[in-house]
Design a protein around this ligand. Structure first.
Ligand code: SF4
Ligand code: SF4
Length: 380
């Protein structure tokens, strides 16, 4: 048992109502005693380089809990050799100067969820301007210890804004952008067609940016520069339980925070017992047998064991380039290991566009601008 990520779901509560968020809100907050027990028990089981991550709901509703956790971890590693990082994902609406100072002095990685021009289409009305101001502020020199990124999500409802929104986020200076295609609700043919157009526009925007700067700010496209392959030997596998462990406010232990969101209200469903590692106290006292029992299920969460409709992923030509989160997929299919058919089509569209992006940048004339192009870029 060795983990590279220990996650605390510090609250199930959230002050936003994003339409594509599959999580159900509950006003439940993690107790300090849960944090203390978890840190004391799991710290020896963390890798030398590991992350403590904070999820919600909106984790900044529980900012004091985050402060407390970081103080406990720092007491531990002040007397040891581990290199522990901290990260949290936030909707950005509650961030104060005091929080930014704290994040800066503790080198916390901050991912702000922001959809650019589409922000108010699926997230809260009135949230775009304050988040833009926050993004400008975080990028100032005084907060240079905060490793900052933006995460944007596009669904059929806001996909028409995708390329313009990402271009806008690039233009306001964000150098590390992640974007997700929401796949927990069905996409129809019209939405697929818009997505293809939008990704084609994005390819042009990114190729131009790459031509000017020698790198690109979108992490998925940076990765595609080194990862697209037809070799099916290296398959995606869920890190739940193997590398990650997550503690919920009700003291249930899960392999990953996504499983908690999927199953926490389904105590009568057989998957609840299979994918939860039980209550924290029981885990601490009996982990020698509780942990391997749970891993029997998590170990099977490899892409080649999944299926989409009648297709076994094992037989799919796109297996190597496919990485479907089994827990997110189960929000749609209600069955872990089953992938909704529209996800395959979304994957194929994205793969095609990434290949076109690679072809486009390979066709660019050689650089004479004082920098070398780097596969993967230097934006981290
Ligand atoms: S694939 Fe999904 S459930 Fe598994 S570790 Fe990644 S986010 Fe968590
Ligand atoms: S594209 Fe669909 S069938 Fe192919 S590996 Fe991915 S989920 Fe499975």
């Amino acid at each position: 048992m060795k983990f590279s990520q220990l996650a605390f779901i510090v609250t199930d509560d959230c002050n936003f109502c994003c339409s594509y968020c599959p999580q159900k809100k509950q006003e439940i907050y993690m107790k300090p005693s849960t944090i203390k027990k978890s840190v004391d028990f799991f710290y020896p089981f963390l890798e030398e380089d590991a992350y403590i991550v904070f999820y919600g709901g909106e984790p900044l509703l529980a900012f004091e809990t985050i402060q407390y956790t970081i103080s406990l971890i720092k007491q531990k590693y002040n007397s040891g050799k581990k290199n522990i990082g901290f990260s949290l994902t936030t909707n950005g609406s509650l961030v104060t100067d005091e929080m930014l100072k704290f994040f800066n002095s503790n080198h916390v990685e901050l991912m702000v969820s922001f959809d650019g021009l589409a922000q108010e289409s699926e997230r809260n009305v009135g949230s775009r301007e304050p988040i833009e101001k926050l993004i400008q502020k975080i990028q100032k020199e005084i907060y240079s210890n905060i490793k900052f990124s933006v995460n944007s999500v596009f669904s059929p409802a806001n996909v028409r804004y995708l390329s313009a929104s990402l271009q806008y986020i690039i233009e306001i200076g964000v150098t590390n952008i992640q974007f997700d295609i929401a796949d927990n609700k069905p996409w129809d043919d019209k939405s697929f067609a818009i997505l293809e157009e939008q990704l084609a526009d994005l390819t042009d925007i990114l190729a131009h940016f790459y031509d000017q700067n020698g790198t690109i700010p979108l992490s998925a496209y940076r990765k595609s520069m080194t990862e697209i392959s037809t070799d099916n030997d290296n398959k995606f596998a869920c890190d739940g339980g193997r590398k990650r462990i997550a503690i919920a406010p009700d003291e249930m232990v899960w392999g990953c925070f996504v499983f908690q969101g999927l199953l926490r209200d389904k105590q009568d469903h057989p998957d609840f017992d299979s994918y939860s590692f039980g209550k924290l106290d029981d885990f601490i006292n009996n982990y020698q047998w509780v942990y391997p029992r749970g891993m029997y299920y998590y170990d099977a969460l490899s892409q080649d064991y999944f299926c989409a409709g009648d297709t076994q992923c094992f037989h799919c030509d796109d297996l190597k380039n496919c990485s479907v989160c089994p827990a997110y997929a189960a929000f749609s299919t209600s069955s872990i290991g089953k992938v909704p058919p529209w996800v395959c089509h979304l994957n194929q569209i994205q793969k095609k566009e990434k290949i076109q992006f690679l072809q486009k940048i390979e066709s660019l004339p050689p650089q004479d601008k004082g920098f070398e192009r780097r596969a993967g870029g230097n934006y981290v």
